[in-house]
Design a protein around this ligand. Structure first.
Ligand code: NAD
Length: 471
């Protein structure tokens, strides 16, 4: 599918629409729009059976207006240069929207993971890292990868280990990649960060009374009927947090098929069922749908595409019944479909805002790695001590005692996970208000995606204006 739709052009269509609302000179807009560097390379892999295959790989650095650049690495069969460039561009705009001080990048290897053993995947990941290192495409102050579709903490640990063995005496080498396992310098809360950010974003959107009224929905997430496509890292966590936050998950879809129950489906039970049977289908408390893509067209309030790009196109957009589309994946709705849905009154929470939780917490991890200390380590006991003293003074002054659970709750000093969650919540709420504010400045005549692009574009433009152009 992504072969027929030019993803980078899709992103640039959104960019161009937003650029029309800014007064920046055309040359500067072009400098922001283009992809600064793209590195395409091939390398051999000796397979377990002794045969040799060659693999295509990419790293694209979209914008160097801030360093390091940052973005995930994707392992998928349909990875292409165009896709990597599009995703790198989205990273630039995403970082700007949530005020993460990085430029955008993305990497990918054209590979079907299922065809390779763990040992082979390790060799692929290490060789990929080595190739990036040789060309100066990785480093704590240069370019910092993270996971994307098909990769996770395991691959990030291999990248770290390879990088560290090449840059042995570099004090900050541990900050060369993020979303590492916690024992390898990762930060607590990173695994679930993108899905958690999706939840914070959806919840914030549902809080705005006037927007919900326009959609004929009641304010708040409570009771909203939600469908999620893709139960990987992002989709699973988004579904889980939305369910905990009061949303009712009525449909779930994976590549093998989709399930539906209008009364609600327990996400964790589905995950257990999938582990046991290898499929979400035939889950006892739901009915199977014919095709995986049918889930997108279910009658629901919120649709969360969390798998891959180009899932909602001109072909199926007219059959979408959701009132809100929460873009947890990158580019799940094509530019034309986006326009059509907006005309039909559907609210789209755009990817460059909604799935920015991952890069936000990656930024926290990078900061932790540079400071070489766990968040909360220096302050937690001190806070607890001060809070306890304050509460005791109140008790002495009033002659009354707090209930023990209330005392402990207020006295409590924050640990790393709580600080990360709080920092992410603050980021997602503030960014939503910023882009909703831009939409309001345009008398609600632009959609949220255009508002987010205007926000990003203005921030990147300010950087270029202030830095000047070298030489
Ligand atoms: P993942 O590999 O963990 O999960 C993706 C899931 O989608 C898999 O379970 C896969 O089987 C399923 N899937 C694939 N095609 C499908 C289809 N047609 N219908 C239903 N399910 C399908 O990947 P992820 O990290 O969760 O990434 C998902 C999306 O979120 C991607 O677009 C990625 O770029 C974006 N994203 C990821 C992160 C992150 O931190 N991982 C951050 C921002 C954006």
């Amino acid at each position: 599918m992504s072969e027929t739709i030019n993803f980078f052009e899709q992103v640039n269509q959104h960019f161009d629409r937003a650029a029309g609302f800014t007064g920046h000179p055309p040359g500067l807009l072009e400098q922001i729009r283009i992809c600064n560097s793209v590195y395409h390379f091939t390398f051999p892999l000796k397979r377990d059976d002794g045969s040799i295959v060659t693999l295509d790989a990419w790293r694209a650095e979209h914008s160097h207006h801030k360093l390091p650049v940052k973005g995930g690495i994707r392992y998928a069969e349909n990875v292409s240069e165009n896709e990597v460039m599009a995703l790198a561009a989205l990273m630039t705009y995403k970082c700007a929207v949530v005020d993460v001080p990085f430029g955008g990048a993305k990497g990918g290897i054209r590979i079907n993971k299922a065809d390779y053993s763990v040992g082979e995947l390790e060799r692929v990941t290490r060789r990929y890292t080595f190739e990036l290192y040789k060309k100066n495409f990785i480093g704590p102050g240069i370019d910092v990868p993270a996971p994307d579709y098909g990769t996770g903490p395991r691959e990030m640990a291999w990248i770290l280990d390879t990088y560290r063995s090449l840059a042995e005496d570099q004090l900050d080498a541990i900050a060369c990649v993020t979303a590492k396992p916690v024992a390898q310098g990762g930060v607590r809360g990173r695994t679930e960060a993108t899905g958690l950010g999706v939840y914070y974003g959806v919840r914030e959107a549902c809080r705005i009374n006037e927007d919900m009224k326009k959609l004929s929905l009641s304010p708040g997430l409570e009771g909203k009927r939600v469908v999620v496509q893709g139960l990987g890292n992002v989709g699973y966590h988004a579904a889980k947090f939305i369910q905990e936050g009061g949303g009712i998950i009525i449909g779930l879809s994976e590549f093998e098929g989709a399930i539906h129950n209008s009364k609600g489906i327990n996400v964790d039970e589905v995950m257990i069922h999938r582990k046991e049977t290898g499929s979400i289908l035939d889950f006892p408390h739901a009915k199977n749908l014919k095709k995986s893509a049918d889930a997108l067209e279910l009658d629901c309030d919120i649709l969360v595409p969390a798998a891959l790009e180009n899932q909602i196109t001109m072909e199926n957009a007219k059959r979408i019944k959701a009132k809100i589309i929460a873009e947890a994946a990158n580019g799940p709705v094509t530019a034309d479909a986006s326009e059509l849905l907006a005309k039909n009154g559907v609210q789209i929470l755009p990817d460059l805002y909604l799935n920015a939780g991952g890069v936000t917490v990656s930024y926290f991890e990078w900061l932790k790695n540079l400071s070489h200390v766990r968040f909360g380590r220096m302050s937690r006991r001190f806070e607890e001590d001060i809070n306890s003293k304050l509460l005791k003074s109140v008790e002495d002054l009033t002659g009354k005692k707090f209930a023990k659970n209330v005392f402990d709750q207020i006295a409590h000093g924050a640990d790393e996970k709580e600080l990360v969650y709080s920092g992410l919540e603050e980021t997602m709420i503030t960014a939503y208000r910023d882009i909703r504010g831009i939409q309001a400045e345009h008398h609600d005549q632009i959609d949220l995606r255009t508002a987010a692009f205007i926000d990003a574009l203005n921030k990147v433009a300010v950087s270029y204006f202030e830095l000047g152009i070298f030489p």
